[in-house]
Design a protein around this ligand. Structure first.
Ligand code: PLP
Length: 427
């Protein structure tokens, strides 16, 4: 896969040649992909290869690339001006839609990225409780805010930077970590430090340590433990929000957080983030209340337009059975091929998310994820890409399907992945 000289040019002017670390493909060792355009389930590289996309803008694109509904709303929006700096109708409409679809969100504030959403949610939780400590899950990624770069997954895990230089040690001390799916550890931490803990933040389905679903009863236990210690529960649904169900993962799991963070899907591929919750909490946010948070481009009309197009489609179609059938098919076929080759593999899927580990399983937390065969993953990734399938270039990322991933496309994908597995075992 050639980059038509772009890789060298990018490396000269962008750190590591990218604007986000995982895009550099360092965990898998292949050539980074440079996209020219993308339509449906396919991405076309700058050198003209058409590849099947399972990154889908890291989960943001759920209807498929270049979806007509998104294109049409965006085209109209562009003709009206790309940014106003005062409130515009689509901000109100998208907020109403989100509040309607996610019952725990009575009010929402739009920001420009998931990182901003989680940083702002932590500030709100600290202000609301008068406490300073945040508890997060090992391998959970909540963007690159200082408080969250402690035992973070995703690109941080890939780069082996459990604590980034530049994060003040004094601040990092205010973040405690516990293993995912371990209600006992959560109980111990909240018993010992509960009166200092402002919030527990977690991804209800861990999507940045590979893809790891919650064990039965785990989220319920976290909910009752946080309630008992007066700690707020933040569900970081930047990735899972509208990826696994119409009311977020919280709707699927039936567990209600105090604060929810969103991003990705709600912007239809444009830069966006949001945090929301009960009215009395959200009314602490400026200018309704004293917790300061602002943004020049927040509520940007183009991002709102794309988000409205996507959420309206989702609401009309309720596509999660279809998405789950696609992600299930790919995960199960991959698992059965691996089993027939005697390769240990553990798979999981929910809605439009799926993942696999070269590990006999069960993979219930980050420690288990890290014990998977990452060399085999890297070889498999490179072979899959050679055969025209783009998987996330790290073993600590989820895979994403969209509504454009038809049954035929999934079958084509699993055929190619079967070949890729055979080649990577033979290497
Ligand atoms: N939270 C979760 C769960 C994420 O997956 C991500 C990004 O992947 C973020 C927060 C940060 O979002 P952004 O990259 O938009 O800043």
């Amino acid at each position: 896969m050639t980059s038509n000289g772009l890789e060298a040019r990018a490396s000269a002017v962008l750190p590591g040649g990218v604007n986000s670390p995982v895009r550099a493909f360092r965990a898998v060792g292949g050539d980074p992909v440079f996209a020219r355009e993308a339509h449906g389930a396919y991405l076309t590289t700058v050198s003209g290869e058409k590849i099947l996309d399972y990154v889908m803008s890291w989960g943001a694109v759920i209807l498929g690339h270049d979806h007509p509904a998104v294109r049409s709303r965006l085209t109209t929006a562009v003709t009206r001006g790309v940014s106003f700096g005062v409130t515009c109708p689509p901000e109100v409409e998208l907020a109403e839609l989100i509040c309607d679809m996610v019952p725990s969100i009575e009010m929402v504030r739009f920001v420009n990225s998931g990182t901003e959403a989680t940083m702002s949610a932590a500030r709100l939780a600290r202000a609301a409780t008068g406490r300073d400590v945040i508890v997060k899950v090992d391998g959970g990624y909540h963007g690159h805010g200082d408080s969250f770069l402690v035992s973070a997954g995703s690109g941080v895990a890939t780069l082996g930077l459990p604590n980034s230089p530049g994060v003040p040690a004094e601040l990092a001390k205010l973040t405690l970590t516990v293993p995912f799916n371990d209600a006992g550890e959560m109980e111990s931490v909240l018993t010992e430090f509960g009166d200092r803990v402002a919030a527990v933040i977690l991804e209800p389905f861990l999507g940045n340590a590979g893809f790891i679903p919650p064990a039965p009863g785990y989220l319920e236990a976290v909910r009752s433990l946080t309630r008992a210690s007066g700690t707020l529960l933040i569900f970081d649904e930047v990735m899972t929000g509208f990826r696994v169900g119409t009311a977020g993962a919280q709707g699927t799991c039936g567990v209600t957080p105090d604060i929810t963070t969103l991003g990705k899907v709600i912007g239809g591929g444009l830069p966006i983030g949001a945090y929301g919750g009960r009215k009395e909490l959200m009314e602490l946010v400026a200018p309704a209340g004293p917790v300061y948070q602002a943004g020049t481009l927040s509520g940007n009309p183009l991002a709102m337009a794309a988000g409205l197009a996507v959420l309206s489609e989702i609401r009309r179609e309720d596509p999660y059975d279809a998405l789950s059938a696609s992600s299930g098919l790919i995960a199960e076929r991959l698992a059965s091929v691996a089993a027939s080759r005697g390769v240990p593999m553990s798979v999981a899927h929910a809605g439009g998310m799926w993942g696999f580990f070269f590990h006999p399983g069960p993979v219930v937390d980050y420690a288990a994820a890290k014990a998977a065969d990452t060399d085999l993953f890297a070889r498999f990734h490179r072979e899959a890409l050679r055969l025209g399938v783009l998987l996330a270039p790290s073993p600590f990322e989820a895979g994403f399907v969209s509504l454009a991933h038809t049954n035929d496309i999934i079958t084509e994908t699993t055929d190619r992945l079967t070949d890729a597995l055979d080649r990577s075992i033979a290497e």
